[in-house]
Design a protein around this ligand. Structure first.
Ligand code: AN0
Ligand code: CP
Length: 323
């Protein structure tokens, strides 16, 4: 694997899930693979889970790890070509990327949607430059449009906890005070549509996700109706994807105070099939989900986060095997 971006990059999902269980049962069995190999993790944005779980996964494989927070200590980077660099940006991404590539064997990058220009975000302007100019395999640690390490961990968690062959998995929009990217819901939809689940998405009008990721999904605008009989509830906020309203791309469409009926609470969970609750974290309590639901025995948010180590290890393992 040279790039980990889409569900198609991981190949057969049954094989990937089996490999995840193998790794989970014996995570130090491939320590030799990463000997004298270096993973470079580049963060343009904050992170708790991705930062820690990916470092841990790389260490399990015997790798050396370098982590760089680009906005803390590195030079401010220009990303656009043709700009006269007389402002506050001291270095161009076009030099920085090959330089970073020269110090490592594999690169992971986190660079969120900027919400300045939908086209730039959806064409993955930043990550594509890493793929093109680093000379290294690149894995996405949440880009402008995808968060595949999260979706893979989510799928592992669903596989571990499902009690029927084809569970009903409902992804619900939930309120949030700030504009958030669509990367998590995009990837979750992409991976669920490739997996053996009955997938339903529910959100207020205007939050339609890009067809590139949700095409073929059942969209139900009535949240309670969507929740009926669900085996897994996956909550997430996202800002306007700009599909039906390009001018609103990256915006919060309504004052969140008027949307609090979408918060996942016990009344919502009561109409499900005793559903398990999932969220990628970080989560704002009593906005996205009530204390009661996230603290309930049906909440899987902690094992879900723990599986981030496993998804990252499978991806790094496969990249190491193909160096
Ligand atoms: C980010 C998002 O919604 O994409 C990261 C989630 C893993 N969340 C926040 O910025 C709060
Ligand atoms: N879920 C997730 O990616 O969390 P972080 O933003 O803390 O890495």
């Amino acid at each position: 694997m040279r790039v980990f971006q889409h569900v198609s990059d991981i190949g057969d999902l049954h094989a990937a899930l089996a490999e995840a269980q193998e790794v989970k049962q014996n995570r130090y069995a491939w320590e030799h693979l990463g000997h004298n190999k270096t993973a470079l993790l580049i963060f343009f944005n904050n992170s708790l889970r991705t930062r820690l779980s990916t470092q841990k996964a790389a260490m399990n494989l015997g790798m050396n790890v370098i982590v760089l927070d680009v906005n803390q200590g590195a030079w401010k980077l220009e990303t656009e070509r043709g700009v006269i660099m007389d402002g506050d940006k001291s270095e161009h991404l076009l030099e920085a990327i090959p330089v970073m590539g020269s110090y490592c064997d594999i690169i992971g990058v986190r660079s969120f949607a900027r919400f300045e220009n939908r086209k730039d975000d959806y064409e993955e302007l930043i990550l594509n430059q890493f793929i093109q100019y680093s000379g290294r395999p690149v894995f996405f640690m949440e880009s402008a449009t995808v968060h595949p390490l999260q979706a893979f961990a989510d799928l592992i968690t669903i596989e571990e906890h499902k009690t029927c062959q084809r569970p009903k998995v409902v992804m619900t929009w939930a309120p949030h005070p700030k504009a958030l990217p669509q990367a998590v819901p995009n990837s979750f939809a992409e991976w669920m549509l490739a997996a053996d689940v009955d997938f339903v998405v529910t959100h207020p009008e205007g939050y339609e996700l890009d067809p590139k990721f949700v095409s073929g999904a059942h969209v139900e605008y009535d949240q309670m109706k969507a929740f009926e009989g669900a085996d897994f509830i996956y909550a997430k906020n996202w800002s306007c994807p700009g599909v039906t309203q390009p001018e609103n791309y990256g915006k919060v469409l309504h004052d969140y105070h008027t949307m609090m009926g979408w918060t996942v609470d016990a009344a919502h969970m009561a109409v499900t099939n005793n559903a398990a609750f999932l969220h990628c974290l970080p989560v704002r309590r009593n906005m996205i989900v009530t204390d009661e639901v996230i603290e309930s025995p049906r909440s899987l948010v902690i094992p879900e986060a723990a599986n981030r180590e496993i998804s990252a290890q499978v991806v790094l393992k496969r990249m190491l095997e193909n160096l």
